[in-house]
Write a protein that binds this ligand. Structure first.
Ligand code: NAP
Length: 279
């Protein structure tokens, strides 16, 4: 198949590596000429250009630009595409994207691969990024069944685990397990930074080990991505943050009351529940 990738960074580049290894002909479009050349050199694409007209021969296009650019990029892309081309995106938030694009293109299927690394840009592209990770599709009742089947087949061949849900359900779920953790982890780092005793702060920095590494990882990631999550998934994230604040208040209460029995019951229930989210 001729598959177009618009936005050659971590996700777009990684996708290109896997699609080419399966024998697809990959056409890449990115903003910078240097990125296009690098994508060819790294084997992420067969052809690359800064001009969207390269995608006129694409049967399927993956939009992999930063989140805030997906809708304007699609609006520019339309005039270059054959009317039967299937379009999908990889954006981490689905409702605003699906609401804007689906009415304009029956062959549009919203998507979100739940995979990534701390790095970005074409140099960060790696093979098999999606294998064994969830890949969520958010088609609507109006989405062309043929387009859904085409995207499902590609996702299946990436070795990813396919899920379907509505854009709204997707955004609520990722606000809990992806966007809330970024804000919680960032707050943890800020709380530590706000220690006013310079000696204690220095000791904390020296003593920090695996526990702090795990809990601070997502809060110390790409700031742009965090702002995008808050901006485009604002209401769901606010609901999750409020739920979290309530939980913190409950914990403070238990500790102030020295209610160790209830605290242990709570920690036992989180100990039991964690494997239902991650192994
Ligand atoms: P990234 O590494 O920064 O890649 C995005 C690429 O898009 C950049 O390398 C840039 O390439 C290109 N670009 C920027 N503006 C463009 C434009 N106007 N036209 C064409 N290309 C443009 O970001 P990413 O992590 O791959 O994320 C891309 C998308 O994947 C986002 O929508 C994000 O929500 C989603 N996503 C990310 C992750 C993750 O963990 N990172 C996971 C799942 C989904 P140039 O060098 O040419 O400027």
């Amino acid at each position: 198949m001729n598959i177009g990738i618009l936005g050659l960074g971590l996700i777009g580049g990684s996708l290109g590596l896997d699609l080419r290894s399966q024998g697809h002909h990959v056409l890449g479009v990115s903003r910078r000429e240097s990125t296009c050349q690098r994508a060819i050199a790294l084997g992420c694409v067969d052809e690359a250009s800064v001009n969207m007209s390269l995608l006129a021969k694409a049967e399927v296009v993956f939009i992999c630009t930063p989140l805030g650019l997906i809708i304007p990029t699609f609006e520019q892309l339309i005039s270059h595409l054959p009317s039967n081309a299937v379009v999908t995106d990889v954006g981490s938030v689905k409702t605003p994207i699906v609401q804007a694009i689906a009415p304009l293109w029956d062959n549009f299927v919203g998507g979100h691969p739940m995979a990534g690394t701390a790095d970005s840009g074409i140099e960060a592209a790696i093979p098999n990024l999606f294998a064994k990770n969830p890949y969520v599709l958010t088609p609507l009742a109006t989405t062309s069944p043929t387009a859904i089947t085409v995207v499902e087949k590609i996702v299946h061949d990436l070795g990813a685990t396919l899920y379907h849900c509505s854009p709204e359900e997707h955004d609520k779920a990722v606000s809990l397990i992806s966007h809330l953790p970024v804000m919680v982890s960032a707050s943890l780092i800020t709380a530590c930074m706000n220690e006013t005793d310079a000696n204690v702060l220095q000791l904390a920095q020296k003593f920090a080990s695996s526990g702090f590494r795990d809990t601070s990882r997502v809060g110390g990631g790409n700031p742009e991505l965090g702002v995008m999550m808050a901006r485009y998934n604002r209401q769901a994230l606010l609901n999750s943050l409020q739920r979290y604040r309530h939980q913190l208040d409950e914990l403070i209460n238990l500790i102030e009351q020295e209610d160790w029995v209830t605290l242990e019951q709570q920690l036992q229930s989180t100990h039991n529940a964690r494997p239902e989210f991650v192994d």
